[in-house]
Design a protein around this ligand. Structure first.
Ligand SMILES: Nc1ncnc2c1ncn2[C@@H]1O[C@H](COP(=O)(O)OP(=O)(O)OP(=O)(O)O)[C@@H](O)[C@H]1O
Length: 616
């Protein structure tokens, strides 16, 4: 987890841009919705307009009904029937209008549901598409990871919310204008009272939206920890240890205490938000009832008819709810904008695209060269690799040995360009790795890391994953499986290469650690175009005899290619043409097994004899 505070500096500009500045994302949200589905967006807009004008029309017809009823009561016997039918016609007309309003509202909610589904999918795809372009360094950076989690958690529902609110704002504005047109006949002051009474509550709302958003930003690390604890407690790959060590209650307790802390903050904010909302809302209510009295007195003084009185009262009441709906839509939009800023912040994370275009090096026989390579992980204080010089020619096999944490895996991460050296350079076929085209480079290298992925897919697909172009090619699965010694495992499974692996899905078979490693090894052999093969301790779970056989096998199969092996087993390591001993990020010894064994007080010789003693 990241250190909790200070708060991420990158989020500040969004908050300091000012109230209007943060509305910058509204246009993008509209665009997003528009490009997601034009027909739905158009229907949505039209229905919004309809739902906006219907209420004023209903209020107007309502006033006509009251006046028609009063007129019918007062009518002479000759005109009584006509007046009665007129009142009834108006009632029917209002009925149609109300039904129309209900239809428009239902249509709106239908459009919203459909848009929500499409938009959620679209935004999630955008988030994942972006994830594909990111570097490993991004994923290993907790601040960035927070950004990704935030984007995934909230932002997928926010664009629609923003658009719904924008349309809602439009709808209420249309209603309000139509009310104002009718109400202005009573008094322009009434219109002014209507609009101004809602302002105090709105200001409080806007203030609290900002506070809620800041809370959301700051607590990302905590929420991420909660997600992580959920994974620990509820995922098959962790259950064994959590159960046996009795860690469950401890983790659950942590999970709950994070909730309690967050809940307390949430509760405080909600209570303050609602208390302020209530008291400032009272101002609005007072204004409403003041206007109520004014309208009633006007009717008593016969300045307006009974029908007009009912209409004005209704206009005033509905007008006020339109005003508060508009204001809360604005503060909601402000909030949505803030949340959307996290989405776009993530989507616009600058990525350093390799500018290299090279697909072939000037000296193909030169192989790999590390020249004074130094590397420090981003944010780390101490370098992990220091002045590494190394040359591996095509056809050579190299073993990297060294204590845990000496930098072996890091060296491979640099070679595969998952990270760039902080100093010095790495050459492939005589040209700096940075100049190579990314795809051409990746095509040349096959790597299996110690924490290789166990795909919950078919047995064969787990091998096919080594070469996307032949992901589903059964003949190649078998060929690579043969080289990686996985054939016997496949044969023991009910559907052979088509057996699903892992326990996440129905009928999945779980394999042993060593069996998984043979699959990973076969995956490396899928990369038939790769002429550099790297195995980072992929055989640790196998017995020593199996590892030795595999490496022997590996060497024959990688004839003419570069093979790099990381292992803590010296019986295997000794077979490599060249052995490099790393200590604290530096190469301290280099040579063949025989050469290194001859070094007086040599580190390698010491470790080798220690291990050999263990076998005696
Ligand atoms: N992503 C990372 N960010 C920061 N430091 C890291 C990262 N990965 C590794 N390190 C640090 O770099 C050093 C070298 O790690 P590396 O994984 O290269 O060691 P290794 O020699 O492969 O070890 P092992 O034999 O245990 O696999 C370690 O001290 C480790 O703490």
């Amino acid at each position: 987890m990241t250190s909790r505070h200070p708060r991420p500096a990158t989020d500040k500009p969004d908050l300091t841009r000012g109230f209007l500045g943060v509305f910058a994302y509204s246009r993008r949200a509209l665009e997003l919705v528009w490009t997601t589905s034009r027909p739905l967006s158009i229907t949505f807009a039209l229905l919004t307009l309809l739902a906006g004008v219907f209420p004023a029309a209903i209020a107007y017809v309502g006033s006509l009904i009251v006046d028609a009823v009063v007129a019918a009561i007062q009518a002479s016997p000759q005109t009584h029937d006509a007046a009665k039918w007129h009142a009834l016609e108006l009632v029917v007309a209002e009925g149609f209008l109300v039904a129309g309003l209900a239809g428009a509202q239902r249509g709106l909610s239908l459009c919203q549901s459909l848009l929500r589904a499409q938009l959620g999918q679209r935004v999630n795809s955008m988030i994942l598409e972006k994830a594909l372009t990111l570097d490993l360094a991004h994923f290993e950076n907790s601040e960035f990871y927070d950004k990704l989690t935030r984007a995934r958690r909230e932002a997928s529902s926010r664009p629609l919310s923003l658009v719904t609110r924008t349309f809602g704002l439009g709808q209420n504005a249309v209603s309000l204008i139509s009310y104002a047109v009718l109400l202005i006949h009573f008094s322009p002051w009434a219109v002014a009272v209507l609009i101004l009474a809602g302002l105090p509550a709105f200001i409080a709302e806007a203030k609290f939206s900002g506070a809620a958003f800041r809370l959301f930003l700051w607590r990302s690390p905590e929420t991420r920890m909660q997600l992580y604890l959920e994974t620990l407690l509820a995922r098959e790959d962790h259950v064994k240890e959590v159960k046996l060590f009795g860690l469950g209650p401890l983790f659950l307790d942590r999970y709950r205490s994070i909730f309690r802390k967050l809940y307390k903050e949430d509760r405080d904010l909600t209570v303050r938000r609602d208390t302020w909302g209530f008291f400032l809302g009272l101002i609005g209510t007072t204004a409403l009832y003041g206007a109520y009295a004014w309208i009633a007195l006007s009717a008593i003084a016969s300045r307006i008819t009974l029908g007009q009185m009912t209409m004005y009262l209704m206009l005033f009441r509905q007008g006020q709810s339109a005003v508060s709906a508009i204001l809360s839509a604005i503060s909601g939009m402000y909030e949505d904008n803030l949340y959307l800023s996290t989405l776009y912040d993530y989507l616009e994370t600058p990525i350093e695209r390799g500018t290299g275009t090279l697909v072939r090096g000037p000296q193909p026989a030169d192989g790999i060269r590390f020249e004074h390579v130094g590397f420090t992980y981003p944010g780390a204080e101490m370098p992990t690799l220091i002045d590494v010089n190394l040359h591996i020619r095509p056809g050579q096999s190299l073993a990297l040995v060294g204590e845990n944490g000496s930098g072996k895996t890091t060296l491979i991460k640099l070679l595969t360009r998952l990270y760039q050296p902080t100093s010095g350079r790495i050459l492939l076929d005589g040209q700096d790795l940075r100049d190579w085209d990314e795809i051409a480079l990746r095509d040349r290298i096959g790597v299996i890391f110690q924490d290789f992925t166990r795909y919950q897919l078919l047995f064969g697909e787990n091998i096919g994953a080594g070469d996307v172009q032949h992901f589903a090619d059964e003949a190649r699965w078998r060929e690579a499986g043969e080289k990686g010694m996985a054939t016997a495992i496949a044969e023991s499974l009910p559907d052979g290469y088509r057996t699903p692996l892992g326990k996440w899905f129905n009928d999945g078979r779980e394999l042993s650690g060593g069996q998984w490693q043979k699959i990973a090894l076969s995956r490396a052999f899928m990369r038939s175009r790769a002429d550099i093969l790297v195995l980072d301790e992929p055989t640790a779970a196998m017995d020593a005899a199996a590892e030795a056989t595999i490496f022997e096998h590996f060497r024959t199969l990688t004839h003419g290619r570069i093979a790099i092996l990381i292992s803590h087993r010296f019986s295997t390591v000794r077979m490599a043409d060249k052995i490099v001993v790393l200590q604290d990020g530096r190469i301290i010894e280099e040579g063949s097994h025989e050469e290194l064994m001859r070094v007086d007080n040599g580190h390698y010789a010491h470790l080798f004899s220690l291990q050999a003693k263990g076998y005696r």
